[in-house]
Design a protein around this ligand. Structure first.
Ligand SMILES: [Zn+2]
Length: 331
């Protein structure tokens, strides 16, 4: 049975509990294709769009399905000290590269052609082509026709300009070693992702009893409500109380998670399942879900598990809590 639409006749597809693009490696057959796509689009994608997730992916080189690692600093920056107000972008290795500027062309007092264009030194090969395109366009425009040049004279001017460009030596630019900007984190996107992870883990560990409980219904209703272009506005703190999801890991379990992850929570997705709920931490930020309903679930008392997914080679999988506690030093 699909844990979201609750239809039993549809084939189940593999769902990554922690998003695959963020380095999650634990997958289970939980959702029908339509529901899997729905959660991917409305819950996982907005979560993965967050700058701190992109930064973690860039830092640990976590590729998405397309094999690409996002560049969280993809904006264009101006080099303030430069006379010509050069603009730069950072490539995937955070190396600056000059953004091509629209070339400026004009007729000088001596009825010659003036041209300014700037390119990154690594794009030097493009320059003759850019000069040719820019000047041809200008010389055939109304402004350029005023020179009254023949086709041959136009070609000579283009050649002179290309030759001239070869004499220009590259100019080093001073670039500040820091960038400043403002980031916004969408707490709603984070919160929705935690609810998804927690709901899926509870469905696996507490099966149909959880699905049919008041808590299960509440989490499911919340998730389904997010899968719409304009979900109803909500107060996330109120919703957190209502759903029993607090966007913070309690200190005792936080210490435990730190120990399991060797103090590098930023390279782990981890969820600790206890008889009273789930504590979840993804890339260093976490949430906790606890509910009284679980106490009434027969299987709950036996459950003490850890879902662990390392993004840089540590131990990944689903483990019994006791097993981890007795072998913590091996991780
Ligand atoms: Zn479904």
């Amino acid at each position: 049975m699909c844990i979201l639409c609750l239809e039993s006749h549809k084939p189940l597809t593999e769902e990554h509990i922690f998003p695959e693009a963020a380095g999650g490696s634990i997958a289970k057959h939980l959702l029908c294709k339509a529901c899997n796509d729905k959660l991917g689009h409305w819950i996982d994608a907005p979560y993965l769009d967050q700058k701190h997730i992109q930064l973690a992916r860039a830092t640990y080189k976590i590729q998405g399905k397309t094999g690409k690692v996002p560049q969280p600093f993809s904006d264009t920056y101006t080099i303030d000290e430069s006379e010509s107000k050069l603009r730069i972008k950072l490539d995937s290795n955070f190396a600056p590269r000059v953004v091509p500027q629209t070339p400026r062309v004009w007729i000088t007092k001596n009825r010659e052609i003036g041209l300014i264009l700037s390119r990154d030194v690594r794009d030097k090969k493009e320059i003759p082509k850019v000069i040719r395109t820019t000047l041809s366009r200008f010389l055939n425009s109304e402004a350029g026709q005023q020179l009254g040049w023949s086709e041959e004279e136009k070609e000579q001017a283009i050649q002179r300009s290309i030759e001239g460009s070869k004499q220009v030596s590259p100019r080093p630019e001073k670039i500040q070693p820091y960038l400043s900007g403002r980031w916004t984190i969408d707490l709603k996107a984070l919160f929705a992702e935690y609810v998804k992870v927690i709901y899926e883990i509870c469905c696996i560990e507490f099966s149909s009893q959880f699905r049919d409980s008041a808590s299960g219904q509440r989490l499911r209703t919340f998730l389904l409500a997010q899968c719409a272009t304009a979900p109803a506005p909500w107060d996330w703190i109120e919703a957190a109380k209502h759903l029993n999801v607090a966007p913070q890991v309690p200190p005792d379990l936080d210490d435990f998670i730190k120990r399991l992850t060797k103090n590098n929570q930023h390279t782990y997705h981890i969820a600790v399942v206890t008889p009273s709920g789930v504590v979840c931490s993804m890339l260093g930020m976490g949430a906790v879900f606890h509910t009284k309903d679980l106490e009434q679930i027969a299987t709950a008392s036996d459950v003490a598990k850890v879902y662990m997914s390392s993004i840089n080679g540590g131990k990944s999988g689903i483990f019994a809590l006791g097993e981890l506690l007795s072998h913590t030093d091996d991780f």
